[in-house]
Every structure is written in structure tokens, then in C-alpha cells.
Design a protein. Structure first.
Ligand SMILES: [Fe+2]
Length: 169
């Protein structure tokens, strides 16, 4: 699912949908945190979840100022590729992180589009939100890149095993 959030012609609706998307991300992150074994990953995801909660706090006054209702949840329609229900069925830390990567694709796309279409008073908040989303995505990518691959054997180190030499460049 490629999200359409951030491309709405109606800017109030765009900001309301972004808030819904952030709610959905908070719920998906919580479902992920509940299921992860890796303590360091749980702590990092809790920080990302807090960023999404801050986005909601920052966007809400803009919506109110435009005379709109502030969404209090993600709504009935699933906003993310791997929403909280899907997240609750996923087993294994790597699979959970890969699923959150799909969700970050959605939130990154939405914030990219929204930052481009932003009304002037929302621009700074959306740019900051986009920077958060990029940071979330890059962290997840780095973790998945660092995934241990037990089938890979160590390369020979004879050339760097002379006494007094440390490290290998
Ligand atoms: Fe995010």
C-alpha cells in the first residue's frame, strides 16, 4: 500500500490524515515493542514512538486553528501497511523490524509529500517531522543491515596476524 496521505488538496484534511497516520504509527510501534526480545531495539522504538506522539501534539493546534476536529486515533481504516493488528501476528525480532520498515516507508512518503504541500504555518513542523521519519527509517535499515549471517565464515587473517598489529583496515 502506497499511502496517499500528504497529497490531499484540502490542507486541513491533509493535516488530519497525518495525525491519524501518526496515531497508527504509535499503535504499531507499541505492538512491536510488546513483542520484541531485543532490549536495545525496544528502547529505540520507544523513542520513535515518542516522536510520533510529539508530531500529534505539534500538529493538533494547527488543525484546531483551521477549525477542524483533531483525530484521537488512527480511525477505522488501516493507515499503515503493517498496522497494529498485523504487527501483533508477526513473530521474531527481525521480522518485526522489517514490518516496521514498511510502516516507515508510509510515514516517510506522507511527510515528504506533506512538507512539500504544507501551508506556510505548518512548514517548519512538517520539515522537522520529516527529519524524524528519515532518522527512524535509517536506523531500522542500519539494524537490518547488521543482521548476523551465521553462514558467512570469517575471512583468513594471516596477513594481519603479525605481533604488534591490531585491527585490520
Ligand atoms: Fe517514524
Amino acid at each position: 500500500m502506497v499511502t496517499k496521505v500528504g497529497t490531499e488538496n484540502d490542507r486541513l484534511e491533509m493535516l488530519q490524515n497525518l495525525i491519524k497516520l501518526d496515531h497508527a504509527a504509535v499503535e504499531a510501534y507499541q505492538a512491536a515493542i510488546d513483542r520484541l526480545d531485543n532490549q536495545a531495539w525496544r528502547e529505540q522504538l520507544a523513542e520513535f514512538k515518542a516522536d510520533h506522539m510529539r508530531h500529534i501534539r505539534e500538529l493538533s493546534p494547527l488543525v484546531q486553528h483551521m477549525g477542524g476536529e483533531v483525530p484521537e486515533s488512527g480511525g477505522a481504516k488501516e493507515m499503515l501497511t503493517q498496522g497494529k493488528v498485523a504487527m501483533s501476528a508477526i513473530m521474531g525480532d527481525d521480522a518485526i523490524l522489517r514490518a516496521m520498515k514498511s510502516n516507515e516507508n508510509d510515514t516517510n512518503t506522507a511527510y515528504e509529500n506533506a512538507a512539500e504541500n504544507a501551508p506556510p504555518e505548518a512548514r517548519e513542523i512538517l520539515q522537522r517531522g520529516l527529519a524524524d521519519e528519515r532518522r527512524h527509517c535509517n536506523w531500522i535499515l542500519a539494524q537490518l543491515g547488521a543482521e548476523p549471517r551465521p553462514e558467512v565464515t570469517s575471512r583468513p587473517r594471516s596477513e594481519s596476524s603479525r605481533p604488534g598489529q591490531h585491527g585490520w583496515h
